[in-house]
Design a protein around this ligand. Structure first.
Ligand SMILES: *Cc1c(COP(=O)(O)O)cnc(C)c1O
Length: 369
């Protein structure tokens, strides 16, 4: 079976380094918020060219704590998309704020800035764009709108580690950038992990405080914080992953270009790259009018393509109460019926990729007969 993502292949490719790092941590006697975590925070911040990085327990917490650090909570509204991981909306609800869903630009799968004016109310406090599948949301109009209306911008970079918009690394454009290190992400741990990054030293201090019970220097709580710490083991492994992130992303781009070339005229709508950005292909998401039939055909032939995301967040039970401005999001709802993610991970072999391509071509032939 050819998998859609494959962190185990990533482990096998770097087994000696990862095993040595794991051993080093076990021998060190320090397991939570030690030197591995602080080194990883510094290295990740340097990579992004941003002053502050705060390691957290997972990506959902990164978004939730980013909202809290910005003082956003009950009574506030946060504009985001519905074509995303449920975690994006869950983090907003967790903060006490109300998600307001807007539609996407269908070719890019990211927040459509033209929808912002209609979603704005006196309660709007932030915009939470998602750089989905590894592609940047169109940040310029989003940032312009946010500045005009005095809103915070929190970037969901869970799928876009290493991605760029213009010259800037994604996560450095808004007030806070949030990452997940879930194993399948472009920078993946072997367990849970997350990170929030910011230029603002006040926000950084607030995030550090919130991640550990809201403690101040003396260990007395100044906020009702949480426990959301990255452990030493994951940090040590993530440091290795970070050193390969550019190489891995380059390999994802190579695979994407091959799909682009060989899947033309197969009935698939192929991903469109935003010209000003660097797409890092967390997923190679295509669209097809007979998506479910194609998915079944791929499965039958040993290719585990996946659907991210088959039910838009605003149509899932916990989130139906937070209607979008119009109640419907036509582009989001259409994409949910057509979208499909093909196998994409740095260790995907040329032979396996060819099998994916041939299987799709065979489906095209069958359906035209
Ligand atoms: C993975 C993901 C998250 C959540 O990250 P976790 O580490 O699983 O909590 C949030 N947003 C997006 C877009 C994601 O892909």
């Amino acid at each position: 079976m050819i998998l859609c993502g494959n962190p185990h292949a990533g482990y096998l490719a770097r087994k000696a380094e990862i095993d040595a790092a794991v051993r080093r941590v076990f021998e060190s006697g320090r397991y939570i918020l030690g030197e591995e975590v602080s080194s990883f925070e510094r290295e990740f911040a340097d990579y992004l060219r941003i002053p502050h990085a705060i390691a957290l327990g997972n990506g959902t917490d990164a978004l939730y704590l980013a909202l809290r650090a910005c003082g956003i909570g009950a009574g506030d509204e946060v504009i985001t998309v519905s074509h995303t991981a449920t975690a994006t909306a869950a983090a907003i609800v967790l903060s006490g704020a109300t998600p307001v869903f807007v539609d996407i630009e269908p070719h890019y799968f990211t927040l459509d800035a033209e929808q912002l004016p209609a979603a704005l109310t006196t309660k709007t406090k932030a915009i939470l764009p998602v750089h989905l599948y590894g592609q940047a949301a169109d940040m310029k109009p989003i940032l312009d709108f946010a500045h005009e209306h005095d809103l915070r911008v929190i970037e969901d970079c869970a799928q876009s580690a290493g991605g760029e918009y213009g010259e800037a690394r994604l996560s450095t454009l808004g007030d806070i950038g949030c990452f997940s290190f879930y194993p399948t992400k472009n920078l993946g741990a072997y367990g849970d992990g997350g990170m929030a990054v910011t230029r603002d030293s006040g926000l950084a201090e607030q995030l550090r405080c919130l991640r550990q019970y809201g403690w101040d220097e003396s260990g007395s709580s100044r906020e009702a914080g949480v426990n959301s710490r990255l452990d030493e083991l994951q940090a040590a492994i993530l440091r290795i992953g970070l050193s390969y992130l550019d190489v891995d992303n380059a390999q994802r781009e190579v695979l994407a270009s091959r799909y682009d070339r060989d899947l033309e005229n197969t009935g698939l709508l192929l991903p469109v790259r935003r010209l000003t950005s660097r797409h890092v292909f967390h997923l190679y998401a295509v669209r097809h009018l007979r998506r479910d039939a194609l998915l079944g055909h791929l499965r039958e032939h040993g290719v585990r393509a996946l659907v991210h995301y088959s039910v838009p967040v605003h149509l899932q039970p916990p989130y139906t109460g937070y209607a979008s401005q119009t109640g419907t999001l036509p582009e989001t709802e259409r994409v949910a019926r057509e979208v499909l993610s093909l196998p994409m991970y740095p260790q995907l072999s040329a032979v396996d990729q060819e099998r994916v391509i041939d299987t799709i071509k065979a489906f095209g032939k069958e359906s035209h007969d």
